[in-house]
Design a binder for this molecule. Structure first.
Ligand code: UDP
Length: 474
């Protein structure tokens, strides 16, 4: 009699309940699922409800034979509004239920657990899983450079780079982040570093979570070797088991086109996508539009919103602008200044949520005015579009510096929101320096696609990661 077939490795994937984190960890989950692994994806009820209300997304995940969602609460009722202010409450709530959650998952006799891939900012998972004999691999959704800067916070404190000494200190070079001495000024450090008091709760939290990642069996980053070489080689000295497997969205596309049968790729968007902007783009001349989006959580105050309006209209360029229903900070009215209305109607298109990857690949789009979220940055890199960066918070301050100073594919307007600067930078990127930036962005896009194609560094690293998982005993 033949022995019973060996079940595939079973991986539990556990992201922080926020759009950017769920987005990239779902892509990782799909990459592992199409490689034949059994997946349980832990999702918050609130996000799950918003994600899977679309029939095509339900059908997409149902096409994977061994893919399941495990739904948990994030500590708030399903229809309660969410914002970054709720972060610590959610973190503490999820921490309080994780031990029991893992015990339940690990004791299911039909699905023995091989390992857990947990969001690298939920490092309490490492101890809880360790008690059950299950290894944890950490996944960080930010750039390698931002991760490395956070890892070096204790060195920055020891060397006196931190705390920052006020506004006059912001353009000083940071000397205590090895490998990044030529890139980072104080202004470019993650925004948590902008505190006078080193006991600040968020700074402490980010530092602790980042350092504790070393207790994980391995670390996965959504980047590729040629994009962030200096930071990646430094991180390798602390994390010998490092898997750089990005850009994940491009990697997923390559694997889907070479897998058989091949499920189609799906957008993991939590918002309702307004596709009318594609019809609008179809009517615009090639390379004539600047795409403007500040991601899924950034909010603008009235001053900044108005300055962007004037800057964009005064640039004389066509623009496609994503203004989410919750884009404006409380108390800021969203009205377009009266005197701009005619020009805006002639040259602008506004939507609540765009199919961003498709927009960035559209021939009418020449450049991207972005808040420098890591997913947006990678999507722009893969699409070969130059950027004008207006980083808002967290890791975005580092990413925008990479764009302007390491890769030289755009400009960084960090810490300034002024209509003349917006106008000047948009015109530089779309006009006088367009060829220079487009050539550099095209070169970077080729490298990104090569890394995520068969034989590329990210492709090979994912194969190694899968081998590592297959070698673990459930
Ligand atoms: N996005 C989108 N449509 C929009 C705006 C954003 O699909 O109109 C997606 C974008 O493609 C990216 C994500 O939302 O994948 C934003 O992630 P990012 O890391 O750039 O920023 P965050 O939202 O975390 O600040």
């Amino acid at each position: 009699m033949d022995p019973p077939p060996v079940p595939p490795p079973h991986v539990i994937i556990f992201p922080l309940a926020a759009q950017g984190h769920v987005n990239s960890m779902l892509k990782l989950a799909e990459l592992l699922a199409i490689s034949g692994l059994r997946i349980t994806f832990i999702n918050s009820e609130h996000i799950h409800h918003r994600l899977l209300r679309h029939a095509h997304i339900q059908a997409h995940f149902a096409a994977f034979p061994d893919f399941r969602f495990k739904i948990i609460s994030d500590g708030f009722p399903i229809d309660h509004p969410r914002s970054p202010d709720h972060f610590m409450t959610t973190f503490n709530y999820v921490k309080s239920i994780t031990k029991q959650l893992f015990e339940e998952l690990v004791s299911a006799p039909d699905r023995p657990v091989t390992c857990i891939i947990a969001d690298g900012i939920l490092t309490f998972t490492i101890d809880f899983a360790g008690d059950l004999g299950v290894p944890v691999i950490a996944f960080r959704t930010i750039s390698a450079s931002s991760f490395w800067a956070c890892f070096c916070i204790p060195r920055m404190i020891e060397s006196g780079d931190l705390p920052l000494k006020g506004d006059e200190d912001m353009d000083r070079d940071v000397t205590s982040v090895p490998g990044m001495e030529d890139i980072l000024r104080c202004r470019d450090l993650p925004s948590f570093c902008r505190v006078a008091d080193l006991s600040d709760q968020l700074l402490q939290y980010v530092t602790t979570q980042t350092l504790q990642t070393t207790a994980a069996r391995a670390l996965i980053l959504n980047t590729f070797d040629q994009l962030e070489g200096p930071a990646i080689s430094q991180i390798r000295t602390q994390f010998p088991n490092l898997y750089t497997i990005g850009p994940l969205h491009s990697h997923l596309r390559s694997r889907l086109s070479s897998s058989s049968p091949s499920p189609s790729s799906a957008s993991n968007s939590l918002w309702k996508v307004d596709r009318s902007c594609i019809a609008w783009l179809d009517k615009q001349p090639p390379k004539s539009v600047i795409y403007v989006s500040f991601g899924s959580i950034t909010t603008l105050n009235r001053h900044d919103f108005t300055e962007f309006w004037y800057g964009l209209v005064n640039s004389g360029r066509r623009f496609l602008w994503v203004v989410r229903p919750d884009s404006l900070a409380e108390g800021s009215s969203g009205a377009v200044p009266e005197e701009l209305k005619e020009a805006a109607a002639e040259r602008g298109c506004i939507v609540g949520w765009a199919p961003q990857e498709e927009v960035l690949h559209h021939g009418a789009v020449a450049a991207f005015l972005t808040h420098s979220g890591w997913n947006s940055t990678l999507e722009s890199v893969v699409a070969g579009k130059p950027m004008v960066c207006w980083p808002f918070f967290a890791d975005q301050q580092v990413n925008s510096r990479l764009v302007s100073h390491a890769w030289k594919v755009g400009l960084d307007m960090k810490d300034v929101c002024d209509r003349e600067v917006v106008e000047r930078m948009v015109n530089e990127v779309m006009g006088e320096r367009q060829e220079e930036f487009a050539a550099a962005a095209g070169d970077l896009a080729r490298r990104a696609r090569n890394a995520a194609s068969e034989g590329g560094s990210s492709w090979d690293n994912l194969d190694r990661l899968i081998e590592d998982i297959r070698s673990m005993k459930p």
